[in-house]
Design a protein. Structure first.
Length: 487
């Protein structure tokens, strides 16, 4: 019992979604944080090629317990892919899993055939080779499976990885940028580990999906990170199925938020909390003094659900996530630049189209996902304002493929600063409304849709998802509304 890898004082198996979980100050920080390796790339001319294989394996999270897991090029999670704006990316992906999967590039702007959504299902033993040119700014993106109905199970078993985009914005060089040293990717996930070591997958869900009692950061239980520089940049990804975090530090120290989902903010935002729902990212820079310990924590937050439901989504929990350990001497870091990324705020008045999406139950606009139905057809290049209303008494969120958007209104008000910049996923507490604005990309294929959906993976699996195509502006009215499905 000297091991405190198990978070709940009641142990792994007695977890009830109604009991708030707290590990504040209780963990003994035994495991060095694992850093996902950078994927090896083959570069020829302007093309950067990566090879990924989804495979089965096993991992040890709790002492003496073997957990069957899935990973990309390994046992659990996947390597970090990294490419620069303007480069062409070529992926060779092989599915060595016992069942079909799909590989989606979350936050990426790319043709629908490369998107890796539910229509690009890859059979066992098959290889898929998407290729596209990076047309967006520096950002912390990620990749994960997207097979319709199976996404929660595939991600829970371990499939996910980072995809970092670099660009020539000089701010990128001034921010901490040495991967694994002062620039640290953190995928924060929760699991429940059964007595026999297996992950809980298909049972005991909260209203939002699987909410576990064991936190994994980059696949590490109770992790600590030695810090050798005076500030460290944390690229935080909520890679959980359903748990909603509210990140801060145990001593409430301030940090500077420098990026949201899809890129750097215009200027750093100083704060003490950053809430992230599944799929969302934030980059923060925090100072750690020599010899000091700083604990990244997730604090309770108001999800506007009932207590029992809120606990189910983690809303009442206080969880210690990662201990930063300042070395005896630290190398001074550069100050965070006052100007980060220059981007224009999209003008609501200039919108070409406005649409409404209502989330309720497990449906969007009263419909459950139908892969043969195209719900929305948008014109290439159009500036669109989408009002996303969560009418439900439960929390959801909303993610749009192939798009980056700005949140221009939350519940009729100016959004909080942490929602600034380019986002691709927005959290919607129970009975809340977000207004987002985005510029659609050029047209791709009128027969091949992109997705918008709740990113709570179980909700997505249950069909809380819709499909949209991007077509030539003069073909919006005539573009297909149905897709012929083979088999
Ligand atoms: Cu991160 Cu449609 O997904
Ligand atoms: Cu949902």
């Amino acid at each position: 019992a000297a091991s405190t890898a198990v978070l709940s004082s009641t142990g792994c198996t007695a977890f009830s979604t109604r009991d708030p979980l707290t590990t504040a100050g209780k963990l003994s920080w035994r495991n060095p944080l694992q850093i996902p390796p950078l994927a090896e790339a083959t570069v020829s001319g302007n093309t950067r090629a990566f090879t990924l294989t989804a495979q089965t394996g096993s991992s040890t999270f709790l002492p003496g317990k073997t957990t069957p897991t899935w990973g990309y090029n390994g046992n659990f999670l996947g390597p970090t892919l990294r490419a620069s704006a303007g480069e062409k990316v070529a992926i060779t992906f092989t599915n060595s899993l016992p069942e079909p999967t799909a590989l989606h590039w979350h936050g990426m702007q790319l043709p629908a055939a490369m998107d890796g959504g539910p229509h690009q299902l890859i059979d066992t033993g098959a290889t898929w080779s998407p290729t596209w040119t990076i047309t967006q700014d520096a950002a912390t993106l990620w990749y994960h499976p997207h097979p319709h109905g199976q996404t929660e199970a595939h991600v829970t078993r371990g499939l996910a990885g980072f995809f970092l985009i670099d660009d020539d914005n000089p701010a990128g060089e001034q921010l901490p940028h040495e991967y694994g040293v002062d620039d640290i990717p953190l995928v924060v996930q929760d699991r429940t580990i059964e007595k026999d070591g297996t992950f809980t997958i298909d049972k005991n869900r909260a209203v939002t999906g699987l909410v576990g009692n064991t936190i994994l950061v980059n696949g590490t239980v109770t992790p600590y990170l030695p810090v050798t520089t005076s500030t460290v940049r944390l690229r935080i990804l909520n890679g959980s199925s359903a748990r909603i975090y509210n990140f801060g530090f145990a001593d409430d120290r301030e940090f500077q938020q420098v990026a949201t989902d899809n890129g750097l903010l215009a200027k750093p935002l100083t704060g003490t909390r950053i809430p992230l729902s599944p799929g969302e990212r934030a980059e923060i820079v925090v100072a750690v003094a020599a010899g000091e310990k700083a604990v990244l924590r997730s604090y309770p937050q108001d999800l506007r659900m009932t207590i029992a439901q809120g606990n189910g989504a983690g809303g009442a929990d206080t969880l210690d996530i990662l201990e930063l350990r300042g070395a005896a001497t630290v190398v001074p870091s550069l100050a965070v630049p006052a100007a980060l990324a220059a981007y224009t705020r999209l003008d609501r008045e200039a919108a070409d189209e406005t649409r409404g999406f209502e989330l309720n139950g497990r449906q969007i606009n009263g419909k459950t996902m139908d892969m043969s139905r195209i719900d929305t057809v948008v014109a290439a290049g159009a500036c669109e304002v989408w009002t996303v209303k969560n009418s439900h008494a439960q929390a959801h969120n909303f993610h749009v493929h192939n798009a980056r958007f700005q949140v221009i209104e939350m519940d009729g008000k100016q959004p909080e600063g942490y929602l600034d910049g380019w986002k691709d996923t927005v959290f919607l507490p129970a009975r809340s409304t977000a207004v987002i604005i985005m510029k659609m990309s050029s047209y791709t294929d009128p027969n091949l849709p992109y997705m918008y959906h709740c990113h709570m993976l179980w909700h997505e699996d249950l069909g809380m998802m819709g499909q949209f195509t991007i077509v030539k502006p003069d073909e919006v009215d005539t573009a297909p509304r149905t897709i012929e499905m083979s088999e």
